[in-house]
Each structure stands twice: as C-alpha cells, then as structure tokens.
Design a protein around this ligand. Structure first.
Ligand code: GAL
Ligand code: CA
Length: 348
C-alpha cells in the first residue's frame, strides 16, 4: 500500500512536468509568431532615383505592417558606391541584431564576404536589384534575389522604339532608311546595362529594321553624366541621331536636358526611350519629351522584398509570395507610351 502511494506521487510529478513542458512549448510558439523582425537594408547609392523610389515604397509597406500589429524595425544604410563599406555595414547590421538583411550589392560579382558573414550568424540575405551570379546565390539555402528580368526590359524598349520608327517616317532624318542610333548605358558590368543595351538593338533588328550605330556612351545611370555625354554626341553627330536608347529614365532625362539646353525643338529631336517609369520619367512621357519607357515595378519589388524578409524570419507564408520559385522573385516589366501612360499615374 505504501509502495503504491509512492508510485502515485511519481506519476503525478511526471504528469505535472509534462504539462509544464507543453505550456512552455506553447509560449515558445507564441513568441515565434510575434518575433520582432529587424531588417537591415543597404543600397549601393542613396541618390539613385529608381532605388530611392523603391525604398520609399518599402518603408510605406513597413509602416502598414506595423499598423497591423507586426513588430518590425528597419536599419537603413547607403554604401556610397563602395563594396568595402557595404561589407562593413552588413557586419554592423548583424552585430546590432538584425535577423534578416536586404542587400543591393555595389559589386555584383563580389558578395562572398556578405554571404560568409550572414551564414556564420545564420541570418538570411535578400539581394535585390543588382543580380549576383547564380552560383553565389545557390551557395546557401537562406539566400534570395528580388528584381526583374533585364532581358525583358531590353526587348520591350526595342519594341517601343520599333513601333515609333515604323509608324513615323519623319524620324529618318537623312532619308537613308537606316536607323542611326546612340545608346546611353548604365554602369559598366551591371547586368541591366549589358543586357538592355544588347537586346533593345537586337529587337529592332528582329523587327526587320536596318540599324546604324553611331556610338554608345556610359553615363552610370545618372542624369548629369548623361547630359554631358549627350552634349558630346550631338556635337559629333548633330541632327543625324534618330534614336537615343537609354538604359534608364534618368539618363533619358539627361539627354532631354541637353536638347532643351541647346534649344533644339521637340520636332527636331530623335526618338528617346528610357526604362524604369520613375515619377519624373512618367511625367516626361506625359509632357511628350520622352516617347516611351518600360515600367520597372518598384512597388511590386519592394512589397515582395518586405514579405520575403518576414517569411525568412518567421519561416511562414513563403507560398504567398508572388513569382517566388524558392530563390528568385522577378517582377514583369510593362511597356509605357503616351497611349497607356494614364493607367500608370496613380497619384493625381
Ligand atoms: C536598374 C535601374 C536603374 C538603376 C539600377 C541600379 O534596374 O533601371 O535606374 O537604379 O538598377 O542598380
Ligand atoms: Ca536614317
């Protein structure tokens, strides 16, 4: 009898321990659900127009999430064009407790330090906009990429230019049935510069247009540099330039600035096309200065980056991310000309 009582006590104790353990387990799960998301974000250059728009959209998304009760903080950095600075900033983010980081690489061929550092601390990394090589992205399962397909933007830009050229013969300024063109390129080595420059022209050729290249000139995505380069090109080729293909809108705006500065009227200017659909770029389409652009969906990319960051920390809802294949998210581009521009002006 005494022996039975002893056993009963042990059983009671064991059951209590089990209940307590499962309660602690529940609490642990709740904590996970409410886990604070601390995101570190670094851009290669805070003055880049497209990325400023993307970041603005990202921060709007963060405040929406916070309003909905999600505990979320963001530490923002700009690498000012230095990969070494960016590596240090990533180290600092991790030291300061960021549990996910978003990196806009300065040098897309050099993500090794960042990957090593994040891997050691088991912090997932979302690279965005400047695409690293696939081998690097595949080197750890907590690395992701958010952006768009450069090839598509090049093709769409070529299609816009081809349509305008084929529907208005007055652009053939010298009447030789050949399209004399110049290209204003982004940074050397950037996948968007390389691919857009190649495929915009290839698309013109595929449409049966005989092209005649005057020159291409690097202006590093920048409006000011593009204006200077356009000045040199106009000096060299004068009115014989019939098309200016620009790797982004800011450079297209720089080209327009130069035509305006030289008081060359709209009727005498070449076809000018950009890529991005930044708010200034869209305004130039409305004003009839820019014949077309290709929309680079900064809102979509920012939203996907934020939700991928949350998923990477909580381990949940990966299946609700748009265009996600487990590693990459790539948003489609859209052609914009005067015909559909009004669908893209959201705020009036
Ligand atoms: C491109 C964009 C450019 C520039 C660049 C920076 O996708 O079209 O305007 O922002 O990224 O990496
Ligand atoms: Ca011609």
């Amino acid at each position: 009898m005494k022996h039975n009582k002893y056993l009963y006590k042990i059983r009671f104790l064991l059951i209590s321990i089990c209940i307590l353990a499962s309660l602690i387990g529940c609490q642990k799960m709740d904590e996970d659900e409410e886990k604070e998301i601390q995101i570190g974000v670094v851009v290669y250059d805070e003055y880049d127009t497209f990325l400023s728009g993307l970041m603005e959209s990202f921060m709007n998304g963060v405040s929406e999430e916070s309003k909905n009760g999600r505990r979320i903080t963001v530490k923002r950095y700009s690498a000012n064009g230095s990969q070494i600075t960016e590596n240090e900033q990533v180290e600092e983010m991790i030291e300061k407790g960021c549990n996910v980081i978003c990196v806009n690489l300065v040098d897309r061929t050099d993500p090794t330090m960042i990957i090593e550092c994040a891997r050691k601390a088991d912090v997932p990394v979302i690279f965005f906009n400047r695409e690293l090589v696939e081998k690097d992205l595949q080197s750890w399962n907590k690395l992701y990429y958010v952006g768009a397909d450069a090839l598509e933007s090049g093709i769409m830009q070529g299609e816009i230019a081809a349509n305008i050229w084929q529907s208005d013969s007055s652009y053939d300024r010298n009447g030789d049935h050949m399209l004399q063109y110049v290209v204003l390129e982004g940074e050397a080595g950037h996948q968007d510069s390389i691919v857009r420059s190649e495929y915009s022209v290839q698309t013109l050729v595929d449409q049966g247009i005989t092209v005649d290249k005057c020159e291409s000139s690097i202006a590093n995505w920048k409006r000011g540099q593009a204006q200077t380069k356009m000045g040199q090109l106009i000096h060299k080729y004068g009115e014989s330039i019939e098309l200016v293909l620009c790797n982004n809108d800011d450079m297209a705006l720089g080209a327009i600035d130069e035509y305006v500065a030289q008081q060359i009227s709209k009727e005498k200017r070449p076809i000018i096309v950009g890529i991005d659909g930044t708010s200034v770029g869209l305004q130039a389409v409305i004003d009839g200065d820019l014949q077309g652009t290709v929309y680079n969906d900064k809102e979509g990319q920012a939203d996907a980056m934020l939700h991928l960051a949350i998923a990477a920390v909580t381990g949940k809802n990966f299946d609700q991310l748009p265009y996600f294949d487990g590693k990459y998210i790539r948003f489609p581009y859209v052609r914009i000309t005067e015909n559909n521009i009004h669908d893209y002006i959201i705020e009036e």
